[in-house]
Design a binder for this molecule. Structure first.
Ligand code: NDP
Length: 329
């Protein structure tokens, strides 16, 4: 069994030296436990926060211990009732080839319904984040104009497509390259821009001359400031992530225009997908239907091998992914 440990805590941008590849024995299950051969693991922006030794909504990773996070794989040994070798399970012990866990901490999924990687992307946590954030937190209504940042990523690409399917009149996305902008247009976004091409405020104004009603924030900072500036009366923002500041050692310079929330009666609402589990069944059912009918497309960027999981994680922070970044373990 090979696994990735946290070797040191980064200041600013993480590097390969913060991670260590460690070989251990393949574990054997005790009573109530299972051993899973992981097939795919997720690398996510929120993991950057867990590399810091600070109190947050998820505990920090421990030094000289394996990292963890979403993973899916096949059960190879079981001492638990209801789960047998050959079953496919979703669980929270990624960053390793073999995971030993209590059966209670694993959720059985049907690998014949979708490619197993989809349970970590379009049908998984990032898909639900998009669905819950757009429809529940921001309460998007048909006919509204929606702007989403980080639009070519796992969450953002779903936000834009779900918005169109649920009747948004205009959907705008921003992303970090010309190729990503092209992809967004192919996915059905009405307008898209590369945020490197000029001030976000100007690009957004050109893409949404009549303003926006909903902003789905994956980025924060200059994007959030531009969105507040572009918002119409009673606009709502679902504050999902602020990746522009995850690696910075200085406080963000923007937004500087928060006072606008008063006169425009804006709602800026932070949320965690973990609080929206009650929507999961409805989400999976609706998303599976869209997938079956070919109404939604999803991208995955797959890096091969546990040894390259740190590179995949650094890649997601740098924007090397289209859609969901995954590691095939
Ligand atoms: P993505 O697949 O969107 O990957 C992250 C992307 O962020 C990169 O591809 C990159 O794309 C973009 N990015 C990186 N740096 C910057 C920057 N300085 N400015 C603008 N864009 C940048 O990741 P996810 O879909 O998994 O997550 C998206 C966001 O949602 C993150 O902020 C994450 O923390 C948050 N999140 C929050 C959850 C919650 O419960 N609240 C749950 C899941 C995710 P590009 O090339 O376009 O720059």
């Amino acid at each position: 069994n090979r696994e990735i440990h946290l070797a040191s805590r980064p200041q600013g941008w993480p590097t390969a030296e913060n991670f260590r590849l460690v070989s251990t024995e393949v574990p054997t299950p005790g009573p109530g436990q299972i051993v899973v051969r992981n097939q795919f693991m997720s690398v996510d922006p929120y993991m950057r926060g867990r590399m810091n030794d600070v109190k947050s909504y998820v505990p920090p990773f421990q030094l000289d211990a394996p990292l963890d996070g979403g993973a899916i794989g096949e059960v190879v040994a079981s001492e638990a009732e209801g789960i047998k070798p050959g079953d496919t399970v979703l669980h929270g012990l990624g960053w390793r080839e073999y995971a030993l866990l209590d059966a209670k901490a694993a959720r059985k999924v049907d690998p014949s319904l979708a490619p197993v990687s989809a349970y970590l992307s379009v049908l998984g946590m990032t898909g639900l984040t998009a669905y819950a954030g757009l429809l529940d937190v921001a309460a998007m209504k048909p006919g509204e104009t929606v702007f989403v940042s980080g639009a070519a990523g796992a969450v953002g690409s779903m936000v834009g497509q779900i918005a169109k399917l649920r009747g948004a009149s205009r959907v705008i996305g921003s992303a970090g390259s010309a190729a990503k902008v092209e992809r967004l247009k192919a996915l059905g976004f009405d307008a898209a821009f590369d945020y490197h091409d000029g001030p976000v405020r100007d690009s957004l104004k050109a893409a949404a001359p009549d303003g926006i009603d909903v902003y789905f924030d994956n980025v924060g900072s200059e994007h959030l400031e531009a969105a507040i500036g572009a918002m119409n009366l009673h606009g709502r923002a679902a504050i999902c992530g602020m990746i522009a500041q995850y690696n910075s050692t200085e406080p963000p310079a923007a937004p500087r225009n928060l006072a606008l929330v008063i006169g425009k009666r804006l709602t800026l609402r932070g949320f965690l997908v973990a609080d929206h589990g009650h929507l999961r069944d409805q989400f999976v059912q609706e998303m599976a239907g869209w997938l079956r009918d070919g109404k939604i497309s999803y991208d995955e960027t797959v890096v091969d091998g546990i040894e390259d999981a740190p590179a995949a994680f650094l890649g997601v922070l740098r924007g090397e992914n289209l859609g969901k970044m995954l590691v095939r373990v």
